[in-house]
Write a protein that binds this ligand. Structure first.
Ligand code: MLT
Length: 334
């Protein structure tokens, strides 16, 4: 190499070493609208990111599925064309089946269970799995609350009442099988199409937590709410692993710490706002009822028929038993 070229290369390398990592504005897809738990997580993340990076980095939230369906955003983050997404864990399960353990019906029974599981060794293991399987890293957890059933036709208190209703579910095998265990064949539909599906009456109902139902204004197209509480909805903030690996160690640390702050912001939002939001749904004209007999019929059918079908995809019965042990519940036998 000529001396001039050698000098040019040396100067270029020195510039690279001396140049601090570039400021970044992370693009964050958010499946839900403003006022949702997902937005609370997103805002918590943006605030902490700006503070921890002394204003160098920021992030912009693109609410209401503007950047595509929740499942599509996983693909985009995997190939690095999207930085981050906040989405329901049931929409990650098709890409990383072991996270399905958090979608199995009636496993997580409280916000405290959800916090313990996601912030302990099980959450860490599932984060590793999503990196390997789906090319995305979970950096924060949104705790959205229990998914309740809504529909436009009639009050539902029993499995018998459910018959004849057309219910939308995410494209998620565990949720499809759960409704089948209750005797109906649900309609899988992307989240971004759900409001229109309810409005045009292609489907009669759907399930999601109170905070989501309110943020998405489902009270405009749904009347009856049943407190099914079969899944506690967890909605991670994921970052493209490719984007994460391109960051300096210092910036990676900032992202992880901002994620912890976002997780905390989400739990605070649920604790402070859920009861108030339930009342807003009532004021908007929704009728809320509890299933008969403390939901016993729904619980019995779903746990017996659904759990065993998914032992293999979640990594074995021992994975479910580890989750149950972590939250102080009895193990299931083979
Ligand atoms: C779904 O039902 O697909 C999700 O729970 C929607 C959401 O992210 O709120």
């Amino acid at each position: 190499m000529k001396l001039f070229s050698k000098l040019a290369v040396a100067a270029f390398s020195a510039t690279l070493i001396a140049t601090p990592a570039a400021a970044k504005n992370f693009k964050v897809a958010v499946g839900d609208s403003g006022g949702s738990s997902q937005e609370a997580t997103g805002q918590g993340f943006v605030k902490a990111l700006e503070e921890l990076s002394d204003g160098k980095h920021t992030a912009t939230l693109f609410l209401n599925g503007q950047l595509g369906s929740e499942q599509d955003t996983v693909n985009e983050a995997a190939i690095g064309t999207l930085d981050m997404s906040i989405l329901a864990i049931n929409n990650i399960t098709p890409f990383s089946p072991s996270v399905g353990v958090f979608t199995l019906p009636y496993v997580i029974l409280s916000l405290e269970d959800a916090e313990k599981l996601t912030q302990g060794p099980i959450g860490a293991e599932l984060t590793e799995n999503t990196i390997e399987d789906a090319g995305v890293r979970i950096v924060a957890w949104t705790y959205t609350g229990f998914r309740v059933l809504t529909n436009s036709k009639k009050p539902v208190k029993s499995v018998a009442d459910l018959q004849g209703l057309v219910i939308r579910v995410p494209k998620n095998e565990i949720m499809i099988e759960t409704y089948k265990s209750w005797g109906i064949s649900p309609t899988p539909m992307a989240w971004s199409e759900t409001f229109a599906g309810l409005q045009t009456k292609v489907v009669d109902g759907q399930d999601n937590p109170y905070t989501t139902i309110n943020a998405m204004k489902f009270y405009e197209v749904q009347k009856y709410v049943t407190n099914l509480r079969y899944i506690f909805s967890i909605e991670p903030l994921i970052i493209s692993e490719q984007v994460f690996q391109e960051l300096s160690a210092e910036d990676q640390d900032i992202i992880l710490k901002a994620g912890e702050a976002a997780t905390e912001a989400s739990a605070t939002f649920l604790r402070e706002k859920e009861a108030e939001i339930k009342n807003i749904l009532i004021e908007e004209g929704m009728e809320i009822s509890d299933p008969e007999n403390d939901e016993a019929e729904f619980i019995e059918l779903a746990t017996k028929a659904v759990w065993p079908n998914f032992y293999e995809s979640i990594g074995g019965i021992e994975k479910l038993n580890a989750v149950l042990a972590e939250i102080g519940r009895d193990p299931v036998a083979e």
